[in-house]
Ligand binder design. Structure first.
Ligand SMILES: Cc1ncc(COP(=O)(O)O)c(C=O)c1O
Length: 501
């Protein structure tokens, strides 16, 4: 059925005579799957839960609502009756059907799945998109906000400079040099609303095709393509992107994740780091370095940014999304001098993207050492998570290999051919959201297809991590020869869900 939006008039709650129309409109969206009755029930529950239908409000009579929605009267009568039984509505002889006066029950509406599968509520998530949101350093951040707002000059609360607050650019310039080996001054830094915004700005000033890694975020490729730039895939192997393929692409720019390839998980080999800089110098090219999780390395000191090799040929883009929170929407671009004006012009005449208060807070947070302390703590936290993932797999699924370096907030589990899709589906049945490698593959890539699961081990809160791992183990394919498998210790009440269950 096509989307059905109905505009129905409902009568008022307390204080309004029964039968008197309040004149307020109620929009009911009956689109989606399932029977008309269940969709109507879902739409009414949603209207009650969101407060659009207040307790005590009288609903239209069956016939009137059926007429407005173009559906059978019985469908409305049955939906009302079920919602009365569930406690959402109350029916009284002579006064029609009303929204129940007692507290509205809060429960998941299973009749209306989200239209965006990635936003569906599931008990567990190992999606690689988020840090551990429960670990956000609330009180240290508040301390910095208080201090930053108290110390800020009046102009901080006026219209902002599109380059971003100077306090933050100064703090970043010192921090990036010290921690990431970036060569810059504050004047070459432009604050943006996360990496995605930085890429969007670059999309507006780059020319020609842009080379990208065969595996990467489709969302980022989409931003470049939306700017009219074709993206050309480079093979990704165990040494990172194949830089030797760059000349044949005709690209003048390349987007890479050198510290920790996303999502396959390897670093760019030192020879290839040098090679990409050589290519940029000899072809008038530009490297866009996405340093989204460069601070998180567990087996050694983090490798410095490629930008340090040639600040005139590399745009370094960093973000607070993994280190602090994607909700801050704060990122930073370190630009070659010849690109600064163009990017500032692309950003617009005034700051309309990033809050000055958040910028000042981050500046204070870095300057007072809280950012370093937070990163140290989170490094230990994510390292423990990764160790737990590796040891759980070693115990329960020793045939599954964890690939990539000990870094970042995600790992890839290598899977045998033709098992990825089934594993993602089996995870769904365990109430576990995760991604396979398939959605990250560039559609034009000619490299051999890899199968695997991208496990965001940073995502769950501590209390849910072990059960997320247990659900993961239940979703993994069996070893090729079942007899070699050690006896699995499934959690109580759960059994392994194989394909075809
Ligand atoms: C590959 C990659 N690049 C960059 C980012 C940061 O994106 P943003 O700063 O737009 O949140 C992420 C996610 O955090 C990512 O996975």
């Amino acid at each position: 059925m096509a989307e059905t939006w109905a505009n129905v008039q409902v009568s008022g709650a307390d204080g309004v005579e029964p039968g008197q129309l309040s004149g307020s409109d109620l929009y009911l969206d009956l689109s989606g799957e399932g029977s008309l009755r269940s969709r109507l029930m879902g739409a009414l529950r949603e209207a009650i839960r969101s407060g659009r239908l207040a307790p005590g409000t009288r609903l239209p009579p069956h016939r009137g609502l059926a007429h407005d929605l173009g559906i059978a009267r019985n469908t409305v009568a049955n939906a009302y009756a079920e919602l009365v039984a569930e406690g959402w509505l109350q029916a009284r002889q002579g006064s029609g059907t009303r929204v129940a006066r007692r507290a509205v029950p809060l429960r998941v509406d299973r009749a209306r799945p989200s239209r965006h599968p990635r936003h569906r509520r599931v008990p567990h998530s190992l999606m690689p998109s988020s840090p551990d949101a429960a670990a956000f350093p609330r009180s240290a951040w508040l301390t910095s906000t208080r201090r930053a707002v108290a110390a800020a000059p009046n102009d901080a609360f006026g219209v902002g400079d599109p380059r971003g607050r100077v306090e933050l650019r100064e703090a970043l310039s010192e921090y990036l040099a010290r921690a990431r080996g970036v060569r810059t001054e504050p004047d070459r830094i432009v604050i943006c609303s996360g990496f995605a915004h930085g890429l969007e700005l670059l999309g507006g000033v780059l020319r020609g095709p842009v080379a990208v890694e065969s595996y990467g975020l489709d969302f980022h490729r989409g931003l470049l393509e939306a700017a009219g730039l074709r993206t050309v895939p480079l093979t990704v192997d165990s040494h990172g992107a194949r830089i030797d393929e760059l000349p044949r692409t005709g690209a003048k720019a390349v987007l890479l994740t050198p510290a920790h390839q996303f999502p396959t998980g390897g670093p760019l080999h030192p020879e290839r780091r040098a090679a990409v800089v050589d290519w940029a110098r000899s072809h008038g090219g530009l490297l866009v370095e996405d340093d989204y999780d460069g601070e998180f390395r567990y087996d050694r000191q983090p490798v410095g940014a490629v930008q340090g090799l040639d600040p005139d040929r590399v745009v370094y883009v960093g973000s607070a999304s993994k280190s602090l929170s994607p909700a801050l929407r704060l990122g930073w671009m370190v630009l070659p001098p010849w690109l600064v004006d163009e990017i500032v012009t692309a950003k617009g005449p005034r700051e309309i993207w990033s809050s000055a208060v958040d910028q000042l807070t981050l500046a204070d947070f870095i300057a007072c050492g809280a950012y370093d302390r937070h990163l140290r703590r989170m490094r230990q936290h994510y390292r423990r998570r990764r160790d737990q993932l590796v040891s759980t797999l070693a115990e329960r699924a020793p045939h599954i290999r964890v690939s990539g370096i000990a870094a970042g907030l995600h790992a890839v589990l290598e899977l045998p051919a033709d098992t990825e899709e089934a594993a993602v589906r089996a995870a769904g049945r365990q109430g576990l959201a995760l991604d396979g490698l398939r959605p990250y593959r560039h559609p034009d890539s000619a490299m051999p297809r890899r199968e695997g699961l991208v496990i965001g081990y940073g995502t769950p809160p501590d209390h849910a991590f072990a059960s997320a791992l247990a659900a993961l183990c239940l979703a993994l394919p069996d070893p090729p020869d079942d007899s070699r498998r050690p006896p699995p210790p499934p959690p109580a009440g759960r059994r392994r869900t194989g394909e075809g269950d």
